[in-house]
Design a protein around this ligand. Structure first.
Ligand code: GLN
Length: 490
């Protein structure tokens, strides 16, 4: 097996056993990024010098038997995380010249665990999108079929890990941006409980929904990386002060006795039958190995897309008001006066989707419409959270597809925002309710002569990451879908 197809767990063990050095590993990945990266457009910035420095430092620690749990393991960060002294663009023209003056907590913690930074990955502009086509740096391609999207908004992270250009990468999930790209590229993608991972230094889209997480080759890797990044941070007022379990140790929890609820509302109209079949097959694997399966109904869940597209734009319109041409990023040439500076800097700096969200958000928050839209959406949000809470009175996890279809073709949905928004129909509920959720590979469908991956989604009660990870890990001990690598990248 080649170095680049190994998991983080395998790489960390190999490094510690001195089977290979971090420098060797890092050069190997940098070589792949140089060779295979451009056609996928997965990276905005490759930090080769920094990676080599990190690697040398890790090798020194490892030689002394020291270093963090991930000493010497290369990773990539979504370009939404601030990285000290390194360009941090959010894939927007607005921040195309922004060098962050500090590290996000997630960046700081993965670094403290010993990781090596390969670079910053492409994404939808300000994390708004489901296909990575809204990036100022151009679309990312799916390594399973370069005519198709990798999903979004963490599409660069997904493509990089799926094509084995990095063993793992960070992502953020506001409405599905870790899970949906994971599903479309055959990866494991975890969105932790809201508050589990600090948002400090993670450029804000919708603050009550945003949560950092990771895209990996296995649930075991997600456990290792979550352990390294989770926990209280006084710099994020919504970060929760609760102990971080040893996710790795809890992976061994068996499937026997697990109570699984199939979400009835996720198997209706709109779901590609072939995708539904793969998900049903995966549920049968859980059943055959000791889980009890029942159907649960979450009647308010179909309202999650309209609810989200009020709440998320409202919060984004407020968050993005800081990009005004004065303090950060792009500033227009020779402004006439202050209003002209604001108007032209924002007009030039933001792309169409970002503008659409800011306008929608400003509208739903405006006097006269606030009650009808924003307040109503907040009420429906509570109904959705209550549906989940009721379900978790009966079952340990709820289950369904991650996305209604496999990867779609580039350009297929760009002219119709509503169709694009509907791609998140199964992922948004967990964000509205602040719940942890994971997507794991569960098979393939054939389309246009290509095998395209399908994702299985599990959602758990608040802080049930351990459970989601152990169920996923047990499933990955019984199947090898997650081990498949796209042709040409093995
Ligand atoms: N696709 C959704 C959106 O466009 C979710 C994005 C995300 O999770 N960051 O808003």
């Amino acid at each position: 097996m080649s170095l680049h197809t190994l998991t983080v767990a395998e790489l960390a063990a190999g490094l510690r056993a001195r089977q290979f050095s971090s420098l060797e590993l890092t050069l190997h990945f940098l070589g792949r990024i140089e060779r295979l990266g451009p056609e996928l457009n997965a990276f905005v910035t490759v930090t080769a010098d920094r990676a080599l420095d990190d690697a040398r430092r890790a090798d020194e620690s490892l030689a002394k038997g020291e270093g963090g749990p991930l000493a010497g393991v290369p990773i990539a960060h979504k370009d939404i995380f601030c990285t000290d002294g390194i360009l941090t663009t959010c894939s927007s023209k607005m921040l195309s010249n922004f060098v962050a003056p500090y590290d996000a907590t997630v960046v700081e913690r993965w670094r403290a665990a010993g990781t090596v930074l390969l670079g910053k990955t492409n994404m939808d502009e300000f994390a708004m999108g489901s296909s990575n086509e809204t990036s100022f740096y151009g679309p990312v391609k799916n390594p399973w079929d370069p005519r198709r999207v990798p999903g979004g908004s963490s599409g660069g992270s997904a493509a990089a890990v799926a094509a084995c250009l990095a063993p793992a990468a960070s992502g953020t999930d506001t409405g599905g941006s870790i899970r949906q790209p994971a599903a479309l590229t055959n990866l494991t993608g975890l969105k932790p409980t809201y508050g589990r991972v600090s948002r400090y230094g993670m450029i804000a889209f919708a603050s009550s929904l945003d949560q950092g997480g990771m895209l990996t080759r296995s649930a075991e890797d997600a456990a290792l990386l979550l352990k390294a990044m989770a926990g209280f941070d006084p710099r994020d007022s919504t970060s929760v002060d609760a102990p971080v379990p040893d996710y790795g140790a809890e992976l061994a929890t068996p499937l026997e006795g697990l109570r699984v609820g199939i979400i009835r509302e996720f198997f209706g109209e709109g779901l590609d039958p072939a995708v539904g079949k793969r998900v049903q097959d995966a549920i049968e694997v859980l059943r055959a190995n000791g889980a009890s399966i029942v159907e649960v109904s979450l009647p308010a869940l179909p309202l999650s897309v309209p609810t989200y597209y009020v709440v998320a734009p409202a919060e984004c319109s407020s968050n993005l008001s800081r990009f005004d041409g004065v303090r950060f990023g792009h500033r227009c040439d020779s402004p006439r006066d202050l209003p002209d500076l604001y108007k032209r800097s924002r007009g030039e700096g933001f792309g169409d989707e970002v503008k659409r969200r800011i306008m929608t958000g400003t509208y739903v928050l405006s006097a006269g419409y606030y009650d009808a839209y924003y307040l109503k959406a907040q009420k429906v949000r509570q109904l959705i959270a209550a549906d989940f809470a009721r379900a978790f009175g009966e079952v340990d996890v709820v289950i369904g597809p991650t996305a209604p279809t496999a990867a779609f073709e580039l350009g297929a949905k760009t002219s119709d925002p509503i169709t694009m928004y509907l791609n998140d129909i199964y992922t948004i509920g967990a964000n509205l309710a602040g719940l942890p959720a994971i997507s794991i590979p569960c098979g393939f469908v054939q389309e246009g002569g290509k095998a395209l991956p399908v994702g299985l989604q599990l959602v758990g009660p608040h802080f049930a990451e351990s459970r989601l990870l152990s169920v996923s890990h047990q499933y990955q001990q019984l199947t090898d879908w997650h081990r498949r690598v796209p042709d040409g990248y093995a």
